[in-house]
Design a protein around this ligand. Structure first.
Ligand SMILES: [Zn+2]
Length: 335
């Protein structure tokens, strides 16, 4: 099994020459995170605008070359032989305040304050029963190690100080990033993984945070809940102050439960791709990615009773491992 696995990995790393040009159109929806030899890195992918390609810009994005890092970018294009994407259409706009963003952050700020006050990370069920995940560490060698790694992973348009990193004393391999930019890493994961592996896991969690997957995933739920509360007919941008107050309450309510329900498949895939790029840009060995998935699958493959935020959907682990191998070939083959 191991031998076959490394063979596949080697095939994937054979380099750009092994890749075929695809004609199928791809869509990306992410942030401009780096520039790489004339290409803009969006969703972990190197993107170039095709000659005669359409560009639509907002804010300071006047043309493809001037898109500021951190801008929200939508791309339509095709995969090239060198693994990059040639765009037929690019749309870039400032990453502004979106619906519910502030409310969601406040709900998680409140949760973080509660964790710190209690000195532990916990979840409360409908009946108010508290389930503890373990002691919350704010100092010590493990905290220093994980903070050092996380600080290197933050994309250039954000400040490492914007993120707060904690260690939770728990033997499981787990990590999570909340939408208010607090990150929690279990000590079991830190004990079992080297820095490259920890960087890949935190990179994945960080991408959920930078790409606002919570808010995007919650939006539909929130609107349904607001409708159920009698605030029917609420459209984006047309919520009165009473409606906002309700939205904040609904978010606080959804906050905890959403952590256990995890993110959707497409957000997980995006976090894998973007997280890998974060780790790579920071100089970590991302070729350990596929093996890391295998390690999670070996440990948590069957009967996983623990809610695992990183390894949320274990039935998909081999597919994710394969996707990461493809990513390594597309975007990191020459490295
Ligand atoms: Zn995830």
């Amino acid at each position: 099994m191991r031998a076959a696995f490394s063979l596949l990995l080697c095939a994937a790393l054979a380099g750009p020459a092994a890749l075929a040009q695809e004609t199928k159109e791809l869509k990306l929806d992410g942030y401009a995170e780096w520039r790489d030899r004339g290409a803009l890195v969006i969703e972990g992918q190197r993107v170039r605008l095709a000659p005669g390609g359409r560009f639509k810009g907002g804010g300071d994005a006047r043309d493809f070359a001037s898109v500021p890092l951190g801008y929200e970018v939508k791309v339509k294009g095709t995969r090239q032989r060198d693994g990059s994407i040639l765009a037929r259409e690019v749309e870039a706009k400032p990453n502004g305040d979106a619906l519910f963003e502030g409310e969601l952050k406040r709900a998680f700020d409140e949760q973080e304050t509660q964790f710190r006050r209690a000195g532990r990370m916990f979840e409360q069920d409908d009946q108010g029963r508290m389930e503890s995940y373990g002691r919350l560490l704010e100092r010590g060698p493990q905290v220093e190690r994980v903070r050092r790694i996380a600080a290197r992973l933050v994309p250039p348009y954000m400040e490492p100080e914007d993120f707060r990193v904690y260690v939770v004393e728990n033997k499981e391999w787990n990590a999570m990033a909340a939408p208010n930019r607090s990150i929690y890493v279990f000590s079991g994961l830190l004990d079992a993984m080297d820095d490259d592996e920890v960087a890949i896991v935190i990179g994945h969690e960080l991408a959920h945070s930078t790409h606002e997957h919570s808010r995007k995933g919650f939006k539909k739920q929130i609107l349904i809940q607001l409708g159920a509360l009698g605030l029917i007919g609420i459209a984006e941008g047309a919520i009165d102050s009473e409606g906002w107050k309700m939205a904040a309450q609904v978010l606080t309510m959804l906050g905890a439960s959403a952590w256990s329900s995890g993110y959707g498949r497409s957000h997980e895939d995006q976090a894998d791709r973007v997280g890998l790029r974060y780790a790579w840009e920071a100089g970590y060995d991302v070729t350990k990615g596929p093996q890391l998935w295998q390690r999670f699958a070996d440990k948590y493959g069957e009967g996983n009773k623990v809610v695992n935020f990183f390894f949320s959907d274990h039935s998909q682990s081999l597919i994710r491992s394969r996707n990461l191998r493809q990513e390594l070939a597309y975007n990191y083959g020459a490295q």
